[in-house]
Each structure stands twice: as structure tokens, then as C-alpha cells.
Ligand binder design. Structure first.
Ligand code: ZN
Length: 414
């Protein structure tokens, strides 16, 4: 059974987005309502019932594999505790995923999907039907359910989006706009601003700057710089404050058939004197303890409330590198050296700036990829540099010359 609610899900997504627009407009006029708390969860046989003590705004479900789980996000809901489970569902967990979303996770004893569901007439309970399916039949994407309009809690008074492109890394994420020359033969660079949405990344102790915002500004500056010189095409994995799981980031590069993938981050260290940029390429073996720790930190972006959003059943600290990746790794390493050479004219790098780490975001087997740690948000000078427009334009110009030389070299070798 190839479940067609991926398509429906898209339609629902559109509905939800339209609704979101209405809700967001309504926000400005309405007072916040109390969120409904999850009162009771019962999973019996193939039926799941979630009851609330008050109105909620809506719910969406998605599947995760390895181990098999189903997650339900209750928008405008407060998490309660535990739940009763028998049948396909082995156990139930819940937690507050964000201030206005409760997440319930059902651990399954075999692969299953939600086939349908609805809210009760008074909007205070949600019934869902589960169906066991084959191992490879877990569809990607979310399924959304809304209570009857009359019985829908008002959204809390803050800006948010009803749905985020979250969940299994699949083709469900829309492909970004490609900037630059309208010529498919031009090399394509995908720039990935790390973190985003509910994941701020590192927070600077100097002025509270968020990594997600600092790196997005750098990514945009780099895009603009590359577009201005017109040598290559460019796309950003995100151009807004949204969350993507790590696999979705390199997945975008693969789906666009990119020639180079650069993930931009900023680091933090206990030692506030630590400063300068580092370029990481993928390796099973970290070059030093610090690189291993960095990988653990950056890879954690996929894990929220114990739910691995990447869905992969691997230990993220250990990545097996396929033989087919060797060539890609060599090209990545060459680019890393070039990035350091060109970058050093414009900004500070650390000693031994090329390091190796098992970073999930660099795992695309066929796209040369580097992770650029642009500096330390824990260091006063670095924060000032990274978050100033002069700093950004220096970084962008160093990176752009590295990118342009990289492709010029490739072209010359042909
Ligand atoms: Zn980061």
C-alpha cells in the first residue's frame, strides 16, 4: 500500500498554511487562550484516543522508523504524563516539544501508519486509526487534523507557523530557489545555514546572539556575493528561520545535483579566548577530541525530546564511509584547503584549521561537502566580526574566491 496521504498531506499542508495565515492575522486581535492539556492517552488494538481538558488548535502526525514510532504534535497543547498502551503500540511517551506544542510518541512493536483520524464534535478528543504496514511502507510527511472551527482553541499570542517541514528527511521538503545564471551547466553551490527554527544552535554569552541568525546572515551575504560575480549558481537550504533535519540539508544538495555543499556554523568554547574559523570535512575518525565533541554537538540538532528526527538507526557519532565517498572526500579536502587559503586573506583561522569529524550533515556520498565553523560566538571579537556587515562581507568575499577558484581549477583540468 503506497499511502497516498503524502499527496493529501500536501493539500492539507496548504490548507494548514492558509489557516496559519488566518490565525496569524487573528493573533493581533485576540487574547491568548489557555492551552488544553493532554488528559488521557489510550492505545487499544489499532485505535488511539487522546483526550484534552480544554480546546487545542490542531494536531499532526508523522512516522519515524528505526525503531518504529509514530509522533503526534498537539498544537496549542500542554503535555501530560504517560498513557495506556496495548496492541500495536508498546509504550507512550509525551513531552512539551515547544511552548505551544505537546509531542506524544508511540513506540510500536511493528511498523504502522496512521490511516485516518478526527476530532470529536466538542474538539476535546482526537481518535486515530493505526494500521500495520510492511517495513518499507512508512510514508514521509505529516498528516494534519483540525477540530471543528467552533471548538478550536485560539492560538497563543505569538508568531509561529502551524506546520514546520519537520520529520523524516524525504522529498517532502520543497526545493529552494536557485540564484545566478539561468544555465544548468554552471556549477551549483548549495549553502546551508546551520540550525534554525526551534534550534538556535550556540547562543553567544556576549549579547545573546543566536548561531542560527548569525550564520543565516553570512549565508545570504555569500549568496549575494556569488550572484554578483555571476560565475556559479547558488541555492540556500534555508532562507528563513526554519528547522531542517540534517539529512534534509544535504538531501537538498543531492536533489539539486549540486557540485558543492557548504554548511555554515559558528562555534562556542568554554575558553573565551578561543577564536578563529575551522573547516571540517567528513571522516569516520575525528582528528582530535575537540572535533569529536563538535560532531556530537552539531549532530544533536536531529535529536529532540529523545526523538531522532533524522530517523536513521545509526549512532551518529560513528559514520561508515562508503568507498564511493572516497573521491568525494578528496574533492572536499581540496576545497577545504582552498577555503582556508583564500579565507585567511580576509579573516582569522585557527591553527590547523582543516579538521575531520563525523558530521551527519556532510554525509552525502556524491556531493563534495565542507562544514565551515566561521568563528566562536563565545569570543567577543569573533562575535563582533561575524555579526557585523563588514565582517560578513569579508567572509563572503573569502569564501566566494575559494568557490570560484575551485570550479576554475575543475574546469581547467577537463
Ligand atoms: Zn552549529
Amino acid at each position: 500500500m503506497k499511502i497516498d496521504w503524502t499527496k493529501k498531506g500536501r493539500a492539507m499542508h496548504k490548507q494548514a498554511m492558509a489557516l496559519a495565515t488566518i490565525l496569524v492575522s487573528a493573533l493581533l486581535m485576540t487574547q491568548p487562550a489557555e492551552a488544553g492539556s493532554v488528559k488521557r492517552i489510550e492505545a487499544r488494538g489499532s485505535q488511539i484516543t487522546v483526550s484534552f481538558d480544554d480546546l487545542v488548535q490542531g494536531a499532526s502526525t508523522f512516522s519515524l522508523v528505526g525503531p518504529d514510532r509514530i509522533a503526534i504534535d498537539i498544537l496549542g497543547g500542554k503535555a501530560g504524563r504517560g498513557g495506556y498502551a496495548t496492541g500495536i503500540v508498546k509504550s507512550v511517551r509525551q513531552g512539551q516539544y515547544s511552548p505551544d506544542t505537546a509531542r506524544i510518541v508511540f513506540d510500536l512493536d511493528r511498523p504502522a501508519v496512521i490511516t485516518n483520524g478526527s476530532f470529536s464534535d466538542d474538539g476535546k478528543s482526537l481518535k486515530l486509526s493505526l494500521q500495520a504496514v510492511g517495513q518499507n511502507r512508512i510514508a514521509a510527511g505529516r498528516k494534519s487534523f483540525l477540530p471543528p472551527v467552533k471548538f478550536r482553541a485560539e492560538p497563543p499570542k505569538k508568531s509561529y507557523s502551524v506546520k514546520m517541514p519537520l520529520g523524516k528527511p524525504r522529498d517532502s521538503v520543497d526545493l529552494p530557489k536557485i540564484y545566478g545564471p539561468n544555465d544548468a551547466n554552471r556549477p551549483l553551490v548549495v549553502i546551508d545555514a546551520g540550525h534554525g527554527g526551534h534550534d538556535p544552535g550556540t547562543v553567544s554569552p556576549h549579547g545573546g546572539k543566536y548561531e542560527k541568525n548569525v550564520v543565516l546572515a553570512i549565508a545570504r551575504a555569500l549568496r549575494d556575493r556569488l550572484v554578483a560575480s555571476g560565475q556559479v549558481r547558488v541555492a540556500l537550504t534555508r532562507d528563513t528561520d526554519k528547522f531542517l533535519v540534517l539529512e534534509e540539508r544535504y538531501g537538498i544538495a543531492r536533489r539539486l545535483d549540486a557540485d558543492l555543499f557548504i554548511s555554515i556554523h559558528a562555534d562556542a568554547a568554554g575558553n573565551q579566548n578561543a577564536s578563529g574559523a575551522t573547516v571540517y570535512t567528513l571522516s569516520e575518525v575525528a582528528s582530535d577530541r575537540e572535533a569529536a565533541k563538535l560532531a556530537a554537538r552539531e549532530n544533536r540538532a536531529n535529536i529532540i525530546n529523545g526523538v531522532n528526527l533524522g530517523g536513521a538507526n545509526h549512532d551518529v557519532s560513528s559514520i561508515l564511509i562508503d568507498l564511493t565517498q572516497r573521491e568525494t572526500l578528496n574533492v572536499s579536502a581540496d576545497f577545504a584547503k582552498l577555503l582556508i587559503r583564500e579565507g585567511q586573506r580576509k579573516m582569522n583561522f585557527r591553527t590547523n584549521p582543516h579538521r575531520f569529524a563525523s558530521l551527519v550533515v556532510l554525509k552525502a556520498p556524491d556531493t563534495p561537502s565542507v562544514l565551515f565553523e566561521s568563528g566562536y560566538l563565545s569570543n567577543k571579537e569573533d562575535v563582533a566580526f561575524l555579526s557585523s556587515s563588514q565582517g560578513r562581507s569579508k567572509i563572503a568575499s573569502g569564501m566566494a574566491s575559494a568557490i570560484e577558484s575551485h570550479f576554475a581549477r575543475k574546469l581547467a583540468r577537463r
